[in-house]
Design a protein around this ligand. Structure first.
Ligand code: BTN
Length: 251
């Protein structure tokens, strides 16, 4: 595995795409920057990327076969979760679709997966992961937007290179798990959400399904049992948010 390092980059996802465009990318190449000047998050958000404070890494995947989008979303989230747990952060869980948050819901890391002009005969994916590691504080504007935290603020003593090597170990392992035993990724993901049997609302762009969360499957989607005892499904790609609700709110 090759690791390309940048003192400063616009976005490590862009570094990976530039290598792809030059025809120089290899499966598993990692691009790591000390800071990003245009770090990006999902849905057009920016990713605050101050120098030396967080891990900013993008990994290029060139698998033999196209991967399930929902499956890769889960596998990458699990890898990010594995990495912070390996560093000693035991209080974190995944939040749909693949944020890692602390017990109070403050965001610790985020994942963005991008592809450009996917050719099913030669699939490529860029998995970008940002982990807040050494921050003692965050800009007021970011804190107003959403609760955020870092490994340091959670009392975890670690280094950027330790988190990086844990993520470099976890990501290929979780991708291999997706390729060979996708159902176990679904089961692990459900555990990491800590929502098994919880009463939830699964929200899509213009639909919502409520019930007790029974399972999660690449083909069947989210599997919920509503208040009438009926099994309901929602395709994973359509779920934008998954939140707990009081049992009487599932009626
Ligand atoms: C999110 O939660 O919105 C996803 C954030 C992803 C941030 C990482 S940092 C490394 C890589 N490069 C980027 O520009 N974004 C991702």
């Amino acid at each position: 595995m090759r690791v390309f390092r940048y003192p400063s980059a616009d976005s490590t996802n862009e570094c990976a795409f530039r290598a792809l465009a030059r025809g120089e990318a290899q499966h598993g190449d990692a691009h790591v920057a000390l800071e990003q000047t245009a770090g990006r998050g999902r849905r057009g958000a920016a990713w605050h990327s101050p120098a030396g404070a967080g891990l900013y890494m993008s990994v290029c995947l060139l698998p033999q076969q196209p991967l399930s989008g929902a499956g890769l979303t889960m596998a990458a989230g699990l890898a990010a979760w594995d990495a912070v747990r390996a560093c000693g952060c035991g209080v974190c869980r995944l939040k749909w679709p693949n944020d890692v948050v602390d017990a109070q819901g403050a965001k610790l890391e985020g994942v963005i997966i991008e592809t450009r002009g996917l050719d099913p005969r030669a699939p490529h994916y860029v998995v970008g992961v940002g982990i807040d590691v050494l921050q003692r504080e965050f800009p007021a504007a970011l804190v107003q937007e959403r609760p955020v935290t870092s490994l340091r603020l959670l009392g975890v003593e670690t280094t950027l290179s330790a988190v990086e090597s844990d993520l470099l170990e976890a990501l290929p392992r979780r991708v291999a798990q997706l390729e060979h035993a996708a159902h176990t990724v679904c089961a692990d993901f459900l555990d990491a959400l800590a929502l098994r049997s919880a009463y939830v609302a699964a929200r899509g762009a213009d639909s919502e399904v409520r019930g007790r969360l029974q399972g999660l499957d690449l083909d069947q989607g989210l599997i919920l049992v509503d208040s009438h005892g009926h099994t309901r499904h929602m395709a994973l790609e359509t779920v934008q948010a998954l939140v707990t609700v009081a049992p009487h709110d599932t009626l």
